[in-house]
Design a protein around this ligand. Sequence first.
Ligand code: SDX
Length: 433
Amino acid sequence: MSDAKPAGSATLTVDGQTVELPILEGTVGPKVIDVRKLYSQTGMFTYDPSYTSTASCDSALTYIDGEVGILRHGGYSIEDLAGNSSFMEVCYLLLHHELPNQAELTDFENTITYHSMLHEQMRNLYGGFRRDAHPMAVMIGVVGAMSAFYHDSTDINDPQQRLIASHRLIAKMPTIAAWAYKYSVGQPFLYPRNDLSYAENFLRMTFGVPAEEYVANPAVVDAMDKIFILHADHEQNASTSTVRLAGSSGANPFACIAAGIATLWGPAHGGANSAVLEMLEQIGDKKNIPEFIKRAKDKDDPFRLMGFGHRVYKNYDPRAGVLKKSADDVLELLGAKDDPLLELAMELEKIALEDEYFVDRKLFPNVDFYSGIILKAIGFPTSMFTVLFALARSVGWIAQWKEMIEDPDQRIGRPRQLFLGATDREYVPVDKR
Ligand code: SDX
């Protein structure tokens, strides 16, 4: 990773004291004011509770320009990667900062293929859950349990072990996810097969049964692989920041990923893809759209237009654009072109984008708005949508974790606070209260 370039300084005058704070510049994007010495120089903290203006780290993995709607991994646009590469290539790019040549790609695909089985004891973990457990709860449990199994890849200071842990996570997530689904529907688990590609293997383990051969539709395999690419990484979002903070203490990498999965589950984050489908099913018919738009704008109503808005994108989320096109293609292919949910989603988007409330606040469809429609058409239940998001995002989480551990300046993350509680007071015995 190249170093940040000095780009002058900012002068801050507070309580009659003037301090110079260095300004740093990256290769692209907003400059930063380096406030690391602010407390020691002024006795004051910065205050940014939801990190709307805070760069928590430097990174060379993913760049987003929210104003324009740009998303790049290692300098390659998401449109380019989704249109021309494979999820395995994107995984390699995120782990090694370069796209692989053919020999490197073949070797990487083999490595992932030969780590796709789980330790046989891990099968027993599923039996401890109720059959109606949410698959995200199962995934948190099983991924967290990986920290109890793979002791030969958790010395985070050994580069080779960091890479093995990364390979194991990427390779095993499809098996873990598929088995969570199988467990929920009471069907037997299928083992991965080494003659299948990453997405093909996942689809077969999810929808196949031992009673007959399952061959995934090649166009669905391509759509699945593209969906994985679109969800792979996304800068310092909530779940990635969780993984980085957890990892900054030196915790077991698999335990850190489980924390990321827990964060992604929230409806404001990755849980939104399921919430979009539930919302569309609740709206039911185009004639009901105005009522729901009205509710979304009503501050006294907790309802929000799921799949709309984004902390960073104040323009169309480029992933939503790719997914919208892909939804058309996949539904056509699966003979579900007239899926009323797709029509409803497109009408809802049209109306929202013409409404000044959404226009004024720059609220556009995000990655979650169209993904659920495709996943439903492929055959996944709504409860599995966020599991698929977690499956794909695991490469982003582990790549960001690896980048953080490999940063020579890395220290444990420890934010401060603005204290508003009781100040100094004497203890009062209970019989005097
Ligand atoms: C993901 O960070 C990432 O990169 C995440 C992600 C990734 O790849 O990791 O991109 C994946 O999480 C996508 C986002 C999925 N979530 C949703 O679709 C849920 C619905 N969206 C909102 O909850 C909201 O837009 C957030 C959570 C996405 C963003 O919230 P912010 O940045 O805190 O914005 P905000 O709540 O301050 O909203 C600004 C204004 C507010 O109105 P005012 O107070 O200015 O009057 O816009 C309004 C909000 O009420 N608003 C919405 C809205 N989103 C924002 N109003 C109605 N419907 C919405 N969806």
